[in-house]
Design a protein around this ligand. Structure first.
Ligand SMILES: Nc1ncnc2c1ncn2[C@@H]1O[C@H](COP(=O)(O)OP(=O)(O)O)[C@@H](O)[C@H]1O
Length: 183
């Protein structure tokens, strides 16, 4: 089973997937590192300080790397909803996200761009449009450990074919940052 952990940068994807990596039966691919290490991109955008991933190359590489001896392969990246059919979108209140992104020494422009993307649900909307199953977790006031527990509950439900209540609890659209936009 291939599952994407996606969300705006700073929402906690890498922190939680690093914890998941320590659990047995989970293969974790940190896609952003892989894209840089293996140059799976078509362009370097120096102005925006990022690369433009070649998603065909990325998709083929993920399929090659997916090790079926693991029960679940997790793809950690804000691009993972381009690849996986099942995704968990991590969300963080833009006011909290701002602090996290500023600590990363992102430019003012890059912080603003990411905060707007989070406030406007950009990744969530893409995931809902492209993926078969989407779960949304608000990590604003949760530790990475608590988020890990929720992710493992969702994966457990998917494996048992019993996601009814989880689909309600982590329903896409349950998080709303509209107040941030109109403050
Ligand atoms: N659940 C959380 N609660 C508080 N801080 C968190 C949480 N998850 C991550 N962080 C902090 O936020 C920052 C960004 O987390 P990271 O996992 O790198 O996000 P992403 O992979 O989504 O870009 C890190 O400094 C991390 O310590």
């Amino acid at each position: 089973m291939l599952i994407g952990i996606t969300g705006t940068p700073g929402t906690g994807k890498t922190s939680v997937t690093k914890l998941l990596e320590e659990e047995p039966y989970y293969q974790v691919i940190h896609l952003n590192e892989l894209i840089k290490d293996e140059k799976l991109y078509s362009e370097v955008d120096a102005e925006r300080d990022c690369v433009v991933a070649d998603m065909d190359m990325v998709y083929d590489r993920i399929l090659e790397l997916q090790d079926k001896s693991y029960t679940v392969t997790i793809v950690d990246s804000h691009l993972s909803h381009h690849i996986a059919d099942i995704v968990i979108v991590l969300r963080t209140d833009p006011a909290v996200l701002k602090e996290r992104l500023e600590k990363r020494n992102y430019s003012e422009e890059k912080v603003k761009e990411n905060l707007e993307a989070e406030a406007l649900d950009i990744i969530l909307a893409e995931a809902v449009e492209w993926c078969e199953k989407v779960f949304e977790i608000n990590t604003t006031e949760e530790s990475a450990e608590k988020t890990l527990k929720n992710i493992m509950r969702i994966i457990g439900g998917l494996r048992n074919g019993n996601t009814g209540e989880l689909e309600e609890e982590f329903r896409p659209g349950s998080v709303d940052w509209c107040d941030y936009l109109f403050d």
